[in-house]
Ligand binder design. Structure first.
Ligand SMILES: C[S@@+](CC[C@H](N)C(=O)[O-])C[C@H]1O[C@@H](n2cnc3c(N)ncnc32)[C@H](O)[C@@H]1O
Length: 272
């Protein structure tokens, strides 16, 4: 067997035991392979069979492997069509609903927020494009991730240019200052976002939300049973009429009642 085949066979054996699915990892397997290899070296294990044995005799090692399988790629305005739609139609529509309900606050949850790229994209588009039109509404974004190191980076909010290349120039110029070659978010844009450590496989950290972004995590890497359980909790966390945004290559599992896709974008689902 070639080395790549051995790694594939290992992942195809291990991932289902973590309730993850191989198809999500196909393209990013090199990243996981590098991390597992490093872990094996630190345990002084020579081959994948040794690591398999180690996992079988040390059940706590599965938790380590779980952390090694986290994919952390993100960027501002990832899938820019979705952000354009959020700014142009979706968020204004949700604001009208908030007003109709007699409220003045819109609550959004960014699940698996990485180093802050996704929640800050929303905070920036709100502050630059929408806040003036809706001065009576306050935006609150709860941004959660299981990785405390990423959350620390998010709070620092300084990024290389490569993280910002999809962000429209006028938004980049409004929100960032350049310092030592890094783009640092101005403090005013950070205020709407609260970062909290949280595992999406656990109970939800908030309810009565208008909008949830759960992109490039649950519906790519987790098995269908886990997807269904999480989706049910996301339905329950939304207000009636609230929206769930998934990644542009993702779909919800078929048999979860309570959501229907919007006709304008298949990555956006409405709570029915
Ligand atoms: C591929 S990134 C996607 C980031 C962002 N949502 C986007 O679409 O650009 C996945 C993120 O989910 C986080 N993550 C992985 N497992 C998680 C879990 N069980 N609960 C919460 N976050 C998790 C990772 O740390 C990472 O920041």
């Amino acid at each position: 067997m070639t080395e790549d085949r051995q790694w594939t066979a290992f992942l195809q054996w291990a991932l289902p035991q973590l309730r993850m699915r191989w198809s999500g990892f196909r393209k990013v397997r090199a990243q996981v392979r590098k991390r597992v290899h490093k872990r094996m070296q630190s345990l002084q294990l020579v081959g994948l069979n040794d690591y398999r044995d180690y996992l079988q005799h040390h059940p706590q090692e599965w938790r380590v492997l779980d952390t090694l399988c986290r994919i952390t790629i993100s960027r501002f305005y990832r899938d820019k069509g979705v952000f354009r739609l959020l700014a142009g139609r979706i968020i204004p529509g949700l604001v009208e609903q908030v007003r109709r309900d007699g409220n003045s606050r819109m609550d959004i949850w960014s699940v698996g927020c990485g180093s802050g790229e996704e929640p800050y994209s929303l905070a920036i588009l709100w502050a630059v494009q929408l806040q003036q039109r809706f001065p009576d509404i306050t935006l609150r974004i709860l941004a959660t991730d299981v990785d405390p190191q990423l959350l620390n980076r998010a709070r620092t909010a300084c990024y290389p240019f490569s993280s910002l290349k999809e962000l429209p120039v006028f938004l980049r110029e409004s929100a960032f200052t350049v310092s030592a070659g890094r783009y640092c978010l101005q403090p005013a844009f950070k205020r709407a976002v609260l970062f909290v450590e949280h595992d999406v496989r656990g109970p939800v950290p908030a309810t009565a939300l208008q909008l949830i972004l759960c992109r490039n995590l649950v519906y790519t890497y987790y098995d269908e049973g886990l997807q269904r359980g999480i989706t049910q909790r996301l339905v329950d966390a939304l207000q009636p009429g609230g929206l769930l945004v998934v990644g542009s290559h993702e779909t919800l599992p078929g048999d979860v009642p309570g959501f229907m896709p919007l006709s304008c974008n298949r990555a956006i689902y409405k709570k029915t």
